[in-house]
Design a protein around this ligand. Structure first.
Ligand code: DGL
Length: 278
């Protein structure tokens, strides 16, 4: 692999549009960096896919962003963070370029749980891939063994967002169903992690079917703060990042489709370029 030289932009990757909810918070908090967003929209959703396939797709995406010159890539996708991050960090990075970094969204979310939850009962809403990986349970167990965690897979929530149906009455049915189920499994839950970067678009509906005393935790803000802290602690990485405030968007799907849907997440129209991952 030929990697272009530093300095370069921060790479942000998601299977589709969901990562834009994280990117939106990152660019608000740190507008001075250059960013390169890549959505693998042509192959989304990743949620129902096997470990092997999510790993292969994510590996291709990270390698592509490295080839575009990103010294640092954020997996703004829980499914990719759950199924591919560790293998990429341990297996691929040392072979490609051990000085580059790939960070995920699960750890920054987990770190907050002890301070947010009073009952120490936390629920995680996510894709089938994220929930079946048990990544949240394992990470929380390592950091806060006294916290009890229950996961709920919500397979219809990403398609509702990707198909722009997240405001429709049909969405209410699926939102209500999963919230009622997880809260019946553990009525002591006082904190619900929106463990999928698509879910902030469903936030109004999720709030409507969640008792007021339960805290909802969308991740974008926390991931952004954690990245800022990471770059403060790692000046050697910060020096390798371009700081001209440029943003560029890449998609594996058609550019028109990306532009329309991205506007929903970013409240602005952006130009994208189509790329092929392999
Ligand atoms: N946005 C991704 C996540 O955070 C999942 C979307 C998908 O299923 O592709 O898990």
């Amino acid at each position: 692999m030929s990697l272009s030289r530093d300095p370069g932009p921060i790479g942000i990757f998601d299977s589709g549009y969901g990562g834009l909810s994280v990117f939106d918070e990152i660019r608000r908090l740190m507008p001075w960096y250059d960013y390169l967003y890549l959505g693998d929209n042509a192959r989304a959703p990743y949620g129902p896919r096997s470990f092997e396939v999510v790993y292969q797709f994510t590996r291709q995406a990270v390698r592509f962003l490295f080839e575009q010159g990103c010294p640092l890539v954020i997996l703004a996708c829980n499914t990719a963070s759950a199924k591919a991050l560790r293998t990429i960090q341990q297996h691929d990075l040392p072979k490609w370029d051990a000085s580059r970094r790939v960070l995920g969204v699960i750890r920054p979310t987990v770190e907050l749980m002890d301070s947010i939850s009073a009952t120490k009962h936390v629920g995680v809403l996510g894709t089938v891939g994220t929930i079946s990986s048990h990544s949240y349970e394992l990470e929380i167990e390592k950091m806060f063994p006294h916290i009890h965690v229950v996961g709920e897979a919500c397979p219809m929530w990403v398609p509702l967002v990707e198909c722009n149906e997240y405001r429709s009455p049909g969405a209410d049915y699926f939102v209500k169903r999963h919230l009622e189920h997880i809260l019946s499994v553990d009525p002591l839950i006082d904190t619900l992690i929106l463990g999928c970067t698509h879910y902030p678009l469903l936030l109004d509906k999720i709030r409507a079917y969640t008792p007021a005393e339960i805290t909802l935790v969308p991740q974008g803000k926390y991931v952004a703060e954690s990245l800022k802290d990471y770059l403060r602690r790692h000046p050697e990485m910060d020096r390798r990042l371009l700081k001209q405030g440029a943003r560029a968007y890449l998609t594996t799907e058609s550019v028109d489709k990306f532009t329309d849907s991205a506007a929903v997440f970013l409240n602005e129209r952006v130009e994208a370029r189509q790329v092929k991952l392999d």
